[in-house]
Write a protein that binds this ligand. Structure first.
Ligand code: SF4
Length: 352
């Protein structure tokens, strides 16, 4: 197969991935039946992907359609039952500390075709950076996976402009230097005592919010998709007000369900058991609830006043308004129980 002429080059309009390594992995593992996980936003392109794999490599494809938001969610046991030869996960980098299984998994990191450096070079962005980070102060540079390849070039450029830039290294949940996940900000933490703040490259407000809550330092978020550079401060204050409201409401609760995810990279059963013991000691009714997909259709109709979420920490904050019942993080429960003060508020992270 000629990789350069392959239809695989034309599957995603906005993203690229390493087709050569993908084809090599398929051939090396003699994959004949392949299960594919695609981010929801790219599933419209799935038919072309299935066709290309079938026509050019004679591979049958099973498309996994359950919601999947990260590399924490490789359904190894289910795929074993279906006897697939391999799993291709598109979009995210591997989480190195996640439990592995018997079926080969290929993580195909999708890299954007948008060049963030070209956009960041604009005078208005450099001016805004200088407003927040005075000359001589160190900045931590962070990104999500889509922009990770640009970090070294961006560091060089910013240093030429007079900034002092550091790229941190995360714990064993993090694959690349400078990378953060929505559940793990160890990369930012690793340089927290050296920097005065952070510049995050990526879309969405959740990742920079997490950095700011985790490190308590200023964070500027640069979204190359809409060429927007903004300080996350106001958004953080809004979210903290929301969390304070949720904690105040939950102080009246008598019962809590403790959510445990069966997704391999989100499963914190040991943590949940400790939380259950703590709740029972404090006189609450409490039970561990095990589920794969966490959603209001289930939780709003169970007989608990509120929930402590040990699964993906994003759900507690990002999806808060979708639920009639109150979702809290384990850290927020500590505030309710009086073992932690509001001033000691921290973001719940899954640490390897
Ligand atoms: S736990 Fe949540 S934030 Fe972490 S990798 Fe999974 S989906 Fe992403």
């Amino acid at each position: 197969m000629d990789v350069k002429k392959s239809q695989l080059n034309k599957i995603f309009i906005d993203y690229t991935f390493d087709i050569k390594k993908f084809v090599h992995w398929l051939q090396k593992n003699k994959i004949k039946i392949l299960a594919i996980q695609l981010p929801v936003g790219l599933r419209l392109q799935s038919l072309r992907l299935v066709e290309a794999l079938h026509e050019e490599l004679n591979i049958s494809v099973i498309l996994l359609t359950d919601p999947c938001f990260g590399a924490c969610d490789i359904p190894m046991n289910k795929m074993k039952q279906l006897a697939v030869d391999g799993i291709a996960h598109f979009g995210h980098s591997e989480i190195p500390s996640c439990p592995k299984g018997d079926i080969p998994v290929k993580f195909l990191e999708l890299k954007t075709r948008v060049d963030p450096l070209l956009l960041l070079k604009k005078t208005k962005h450099i001016k805004e950076l200088k407003n927040v980070f005075s000359p001589g102060k160190k900045i931590g540079l962070l990104a999500n996976i889509q922009f990770i390849d640009y970090l070294e070039q961006m560091k060089d450029y910013l240093e030429n402009k007079g900034f002092n830039v550091i790229i941190g290294k995360g714990d064993s949940r993090i694959k690349h230097n400078g990378q953060i996940l929505g559940c793990n900000f160890s990369t930012a933490q690793s340089i927290a005592n050296q920097v005065s703040g952070y510049l995050f490259i990526g879309d969405g407000r959740f990742h920079p919010l997490g950095v700011s809550l985790s490190t308590k330092k200023p964070v500027l978020a640069f979204n190359p998709f809409n060429d927007n550079l903004h300080n996350i401060k106001k958004f953080k204050e809004k979210i903290l007000r929301q969390r304070l409201g949720a904690i105040a409401k939950a102080k009246e609760f008598k019962s809590f369900g403790i959510i445990v995810s069966t997704k391999p990279g989100q499963n914190r059963m040991d943590y949940a058991k400790k939380i259950e013991d703590k709740l029972i000691r404090h006189g609450y009714q409490s039970t561990i609830l095990v589920m794969e997909n966490i959603n209001p259709e289930v939780l709003d109709y169970l007989p608990f006043n509120g929930y402590i979420n040990t699964a993906c920490p994003r759900l507690t904050i990002d999806d808060y308004l979708l639920y009639k019942k109150t979702l809290l993080s384990p850290i927020e429960l500590e505030i309710i129980l009086g073992v932690r003060s509001w001033e000691q508020y921290q973001f719940d992270e899954i640490i390897s």
